[in-house]
Write a protein that binds this ligand. Structure first.
Ligand code: ATP
Ligand code: MG
Ligand code: ZN
Length: 160
């Protein structure tokens, strides 16, 4: 008998060099691609996406996975991914093997990565003020604006 989780994994072809973003919260793969700024004109290597893949890690039954060939992530992108997929792991693949792996992690503050959802906030008034939030919860992420004190309502809609 073949383990169904193994089948789910091999649906995505292996990559020689690149990055695997695994354990993405179910349904967030397209937001991850948005964070990476993926569009038809700026990508010259293969991206494989697994959505609604069975998983047995933690309490989740489903996850999304994104595999990027010949690409590594910049730190801001990793921090943004932590905001929408706090359990995600990032694996760097070199010559088909996992050379490095780490879990995304939010610090105590989030600076310049998301905009405040309050239209009256100073950060939305055209002033040279960088949006900044206190991290009040990590899983799920909860952000409070340093300037107007409001809790950010929908993080994925407000990513910069
Ligand atoms: N050459 C490769 N090409 C594509 N994906 C790979 C390659 N090597 C590993 N992966 C993927 O990278 C991720 C991390 O690999 P690892 O071997 O650490 O997985 P794991 O043992 O299942 O760990 P985890 O507990 O994080 O699920 C997994 O999603 C795995 O499928
Ligand atoms: Mg696994
Ligand atoms: Zn604000």
């Amino acid at each position: 008998m073949t383990d169904p989780t193994q089948i789910a994994d091999i649906k995505i072809p292996p990559i020689r060099n690149g990055t695997v973003i695994d354990h993405i919260a179910n349904g967030q793969a397209l937001n991850v691609l948005k964070i990476l700024g993926v569009n038809e004109s700026n990508i010259d290597s293969t991206i494989s996406i697994g959505m609604h893949v069975p998983t047995h890690k933690g309490t989740a039954k489903w996850k999304d996975v994104v595999k990027l060939e010949d690409r590594e992530l910049d730190p801001d992108s990793v921090d943004k991914i932590a905001l929408i997929a706090p359990d995600a792991t990032i694996a760097i693949i070199r010559d088909f093997y996992v050379a490095e792996k780490y879990q995304v992690q939010l610090g105590d503050r989030v600076v310049g990565l998301v905009r405040c959802s309050n239209p009256n906030c100073i950060t939305n008034k055209g002033e040279p003020v960088t949006p900044e939030f206190y991290v009040e919860g990590r899983n799920p992420p909860r952000l409070r604006c340093v300037y107007c004190d409001r809790m950010l309502s929908k993080i994925s809609d407000n990513l910069l």
